[in-house]
Design a protein around this ligand. Structure first.
Ligand code: PMP
Length: 379
């Protein structure tokens, strides 16, 4: 049987694994930071209308520049952050993963490097690799905040072409303050200058205001966002960026012609008409996220402060692992929760797992499973 390694693929892809969060059929799925609430019926109906209208013109290519959609995204950002953004400074693609890919195709590539501060969103490294961009793993403190001095040093020494700052950070939930972003931006400009990408995929869930205003007067800073989380539309595949209009012009050099289908544009526009309802769900999820933090701490878990729609946690160090293991390991906990019908995420952070905030019922089921597992491990 032919395997990947028998094919003449690029050397740097040999032995690598694809991105693959398990998609398992279990009662409680809290592993991919999806929004647990289905889109409300009035919005589903509006999508039907908008998509039907788009279907009448599917013999034609879609609006290549997605003008109406970018106008509405700019309006959404302006309204929710208080920072004025225009259509020329907004760009949209199939998920923020594609936004990141287009940025790396434009600003990274062979002979260039990107840095991120790990643990962080694994696709920053994976898309860097797939675009031929060298990856540099930057440091964090033990509490998962960015070690600013070490980060500034790493940027000065390694002179990366792209700097990723994920805020709130996946998988830790950690928000990055404006001072840190500015210190890293200044270091990156002095070293190269390089492009600083602030990935705010979970921005709407934060206790803190958006970092969007920082792009003002900083043409080498980009803020990336998505409709996968706050808009509850992961299946839509719609991500976007806000930056100086010159950055939007630059990514047009690499984007595929007509990359954003007319169906996707119509669906996203319908969702933007229902922003207030969808942001109401975000408020509920924020409250549930805070409840998860409080209740996990009350149980005795190690919990990282979260500004996202998920929580990073570890079982108490006092628990013994099975057999000779001195402490319980994360994968064992992951399996124990799965055995109880709850799927969470093992991101490879030692001793930690990540749980997405679900509906109150799903979160109760998760907390019950944690309590039950701890009882078993205490025995
Ligand atoms: N950035 C971060 C930090 C993420 O966690 C994710 C998805 N999990 C993305 C970007 C990509 O999301 P999408 O492509 O669905 O917009």
């Amino acid at each position: 049987m032919t395997g990947i390694d028998d094919l003449p693929i690029r050397d740097e892809l040999r032995g690598k694994s694809p991105y693959g969060a398990p998609q398992l059929d279990v009662p409680v799925r809290l592993n991919t930071n999806e929004n647990p609430y289905p889109l409300p019926e009035p919005l589903v109906r509006r999508i039907g209308e908008r998509v039907s209208e788009a279907a009448r013109h599917l013999n034609r290519y879609p609006d290549r520049d997605a003008v109406e959609l970018r106008t509405e995204l700019a309006r959404y950002l302006t309204r929710t952050t208080g920072h004025e953004v225009g259509r020329a400074g907004v760009w949209a693609a199939n998920g923020s993963n594609e936004v990141i890919q287009q940025l790396l195709q434009t600003f990274g590539g062979p002979g260039r490097t990107a840095i991120g501060f790990e643990p962080s969103y694994s696709m920053h490294a994976l898309i860097s690799r797939s675009t031929g961009t060298g990856w540099i793993s930057g440091p964090r403190h033990d509490d998962f905040t960015i070690d600013v001095d070490a980060a500034v040093r790493a940027i000065g020494e390694r002179k990366p072409d792209v700097v990723f700052i994920c805020s709130p950070n996946n998988p830790t939930g950690t928000a990055v303050d404006a001072g840190t972003v500015l210190a890293l931006y200044e270091a990156a400009q002095a070293a190269k200058p390089s492009l600083v990408v602030v990935d705010e995929a979970y921005g709407e869930f934060s206790h803190h205001p958006s970092l969007l205003p920082l792009i003002e007067g900083r043409p080498n800073m980009v803020l990336s966002r998505t409709m996968s989380k706050a808009f509850g539309a992961a299946g839509l595949r719609l991500g976007y960026l806000a930056a100086d209009p010159a950055v939007v012009d630059a990514v047009q050099l690499v984007r595929l012609p007509y990359h954003l289908s007319a169906v996707a544009q119509a669906t996203a526009l319908a969702a933007l008409e229902h922003t207030d309802t969808l942001l109401g769900y975000v408020e509920q999820l924020k409250a549930e996220r805070d409840r998860l933090v409080t209740e996990l701490r009350a149980i005795g878990c190690e919990v990282t402060e979260s500004d996202a729609n998920f929580v990073q946690f570890g079982l108490p160090h006092s628990l013994k692992g099975r057999g000779d293991a001195p402490t319980v390991d994360a994968h064992e906990v992951w399996q124990g929760l799965l055995d109880r019908g709850v799927l969470v995420r093992d991101n490879g952070v030692p001793g930690r797992l990540r749980v997405t905030a679900g509906t109150p019922e799903e979160n109760d089921a998760f907390l019950d499973a944690v309590r039950d597992l701890m009882k078993e491990l205490n025995r």
